[in-house]
Design a protein around this ligand. Structure first.
Ligand code: FAD
Length: 318
């Protein structure tokens, strides 16, 4: 079933969903099951699986020269989605990215998903490569998420990249996209970012999932701004509990968002007591979840990072 149908049939009840990362290359499907098994008690209607593109690194040869080597740390998104659906009978939402894909590659990936009965996707630009200072699409690839949404939407109307296909079979993908309550880091300003988010919805996106935030007022303001801009689709808040002290610096650096002063002060007051720090992070995220639920958000979407124990404590604590 589609993510938007789950929201519709919940009739105002707040659902709970999760995001998981594929295991590091060489890992096992059990690694995912270990995370998801205990979370199934919360009856998530869907589980997102992230996508990690191939990147490059430099390794030093005996001669002293550096060799550029291709690495792909977390492959397997589509297979993991199929496996999750098979094991739990819940829907899986693969993240689909522009980076590393030509439009033909995307078309073929969509055909695979369609054949597997996976009819939800989260359409994204994807992270840039480690050594790139700006995102570079493949030649004949999609550059921005709105172009990817257009391609998926075209296939939903039977329109393929392959010119030889006339009136092809129509897919029926429900399309999610990303939204940034504290602005995407590259966007010159919030308003322009919002306009591009609207472009994704106008191209056919059915719902938005937000980047994590630690201050609920950012989410509420974002929803208000989206509605004022004419974006009417559901906006699902993405949540991640802080669990370690260094994250008060690393999360703003990696995700370009602000940590609320109260949270930072509480974490600092714990010194180096790891247990206490984790407890503060859990309680903070529980309080966020409670307030969002009371405000009637459609779904609470948790970034699990493979740590189901923490997520369970957050949900039980709200
Ligand atoms: P876009 O919507 O394409 O926007 C990218 C930037 O370009 C923004 O600054 C925007 O304002 C601007 N822009 C958008 N459209 C246009 C246009 N037409 N013309 C000019 N400028 C434009 N990354 C992964 O690699 N794998 C994942 O699985 C993954 N999952 C994610 C899940 C969520 C919920 C979120 C919030 C992010 C995720 N990311 C993932 C990270 C994401 O790929 C990056 O944040 C990326 O930099 C932007 O992706 P986007 O889809 O929001 O891009």
């Amino acid at each position: 079933m589609k993510v938007t149908d789950y929201i519709k049939y919940a009739e105002g009840r707040t659902l709970i969903s999760f995001e998981v990362l594929p295991p590091l290359k060489g890992g096992k499907m059990e690694d995912i099951f270990i995370t998801l098994d205990p979370l199934m008690e919360f009856k998530p209607p869907f589980v997102d699986v992230t996508y990690h593109r191939q990147d490059f690194d430099y390794s030093q040869r005996e001669s002293g020269y550096f060799e550029k080597v291709a690495i792909r740390k977390r492959p397997g998104t589509i297979g993991i989605c199929a496996s999750i659906m098979h094991r739990y009978g819940v829907d899986a939402v693969p993240h689909l990215i522009c980076g590393g894909f030509t439009k033909d590659d995307t078309e073929n990936a969509l055909i695979d998903l369609n054949f597997l009965g996976i009819n939800n996707v989260l359409a994204l630009q994807g992270d840039r490569r480690k050594f790139e200072n700006k995102f570079t699409p493949e030649p004949n690839g999609n550059k921005y998420a709105n172009e990817l949404v257009t391609q998926v939407s075209d296939m939903n109307h039977g329109k393929y990249i392959d010119q030889k296909i006339d009136a092809g079979a129509k897919s029926d993908f429900c399309i999610g996209v990303a939204g940034y309550p504290e602005k995407h880091f590259e966007s010159p300003n919030f308003q322009l970012d919002l306009e591009y988010t609207k472009a994704k919805v106008d191209a056919g996106a059915d719902y938005i999932v937000t980047q994590m935030f630690f201050d609920n007022s950012k989410y509420f303001e974002y929803v208000k701004a989206c509605r004022a801009a004419g974006i009417t689709v559901p906006i699902i808040p993405g949540l991640k509990p802080m669990t370690k002290k260094y994250q008060i610096n690393s999360i703003p650096r990696l995700f370009y968002l602000n940590m609320p002063d109260d949270l930072v002060k509480e974490i600092m007051s714990c010194g180096d007591d790891r247990k206490k720090i984790k407890q503060v992070g859990i309680e903070w995220c529980s309080a966020q979840s409670k307030e969002l639920k009371e405000a009637g958000v459609p779904v609470l979407h948790y970034y699990t990072m493979g740590d189901s124990d923490t997520i369970i404590k957050v949900i039980e604590g709200m």
